[in-house]
Ligand binder design. Sequence first.
Ligand code: GLN
Length: 548
Amino acid sequence: MATKGHKYIFVIGGVMSGVGKGIAVSSIGLVLKQRGYEVNLVKIDPYLNVDAGTMNPTEHGEVFILRSGLETDQDMGNYERFLGRDLGPEDYMTSGMVYQTVINRERALEYGGKCVEAVPHVRDEILRRIEAAAAHNGSQISVIEIGGTVGDFQNALFIDAARVMKLTQPDDVAFVMVSYLPVPNTIGEMKTKPTQSAVRELNSYGVQPDFILARANHPIDDKRKEKLAISCNVRADRIISAPDVRSIYDVPLNFEKDHLGDKLLDALSLSKEKEADFTDWQKFVDATHAENPEVKIGIVGKYFDTGDYVLSDAYLSVIEAIKFSAAEVGVKTKIDWVNAKEFQSGENVEKLAQYDGIIVPGGFGETGIEGKIHAIKYARENKIPYFGLCYGMQLAVIEVARHKLGIEGAHTVEINPTATHPIVDVMPEQKDLIAQGNYGGTMRLGVYPAQLKEGTIAHEAYGADSVEERHRHRYEINPEYIEQLSTAITFSGTSPDGVLMEIAELPKGEHPFFLGTQFHPELQARPLSPHPLFTAFLTASKKRSGIK
Ligand code: GLN
């Protein structure tokens, strides 16, 4: 059963989803960490996918890759960015993962002839995973986000597991409900009723929240705090105001105003290990809001009719990585989503002249490919800083092969399996997996080391001879073409054995910044440690904005 003395905070959504539960969990993690506690954050996704890797990012948001290679929900990215450290595969679970373990165990006769059921067997597996995450992290406090909203069918077993933990360790478990208080236009008043109903719903599971985070457009006033307190059976001082703020990074600072950190420690019978110090965080937040000169970044991708909201979710880590480096470089960035299809046969590319920097982010499949290659060509020929992330690197190498080296028919076999010049080829071990239709969790995933070449942009930016970065791809620069390609583009980062090309760039004398990475640098960018390659890219973009 549960580890005695270890503290658990379960965060559950009320009223509706999409009101910032993940950011609340990230911020709780930070305010506790700043008080001297080791904290781990756990995300529970109640869907049946075994991991998030098979889901479409334009519908479900970015797939965030952990150091271990596990493909997870974008919230894990926020957790890592707020905590400023890596999380492990133990810190993430889906219903699919939990059920798969139980079913595999059943097939191995490990239940000794018993009837295997959701309760207690699946519930026990949930508890085992939560405890394993705590043990693996060696943390003192775990903050666990139960995905979805109270009342959902899918997350009921997880809430029940939390209830059982509270029952066995009443002093070690606290519940936080992140709720929403609407202010209907016609009434003009903040309404508490939906939250009251959500708390009652949670009560019907046998769970009583200790805290309510009152998400709303505005701060919640004392009158409504009192009302919620009396009707929901929650102390008024534990109803925390969580209004919309300027950025997600303001949220922990806002929680500080309501002393959430101290109150959580109090609820868990913990004392402060040290006074919370937010100096560096505040400095970063101030820098993001500073009135700096603007640079315009075009992100060229395949975009469907999704609207901005979903797009910014699909490329969340890229946007955040830009923000961190922008704060460091002292610029504000304006990001435009540029649909690659506009340039499919080379038309319209001149419109890219307005940008100070161009990014082609990670991607899969054929849509807009030729448009992206035309955009990259335009950036190269017109010396616009260019940063290619994964697919964006592969396509940059194809562009250089086609137009600088004259290798007509240079392509990736992802699009054209019979390309005359398969510059980007499938990795040998991937061939069988694809043939078997075995797609889940089988790409080259997670952290791999890269050796950097002296005298290159990459080496200078990192200030190191080797780095570790996170990957997610099936295809690679074809080793058979490396000698020829190297006459036109520098492979400034390679796997330690020199076989796999990890970074490609043009020399500084030829282009101010033209660089692509086979890995995803955005996944390791953090507010207080921006990624050196994003910083180098924005430094070049700032320079262009000044002379454009
Ligand atoms: N589709 C490419 C590959 O699988 C690139 C993947 C990516 O951009 N993450 O290699």
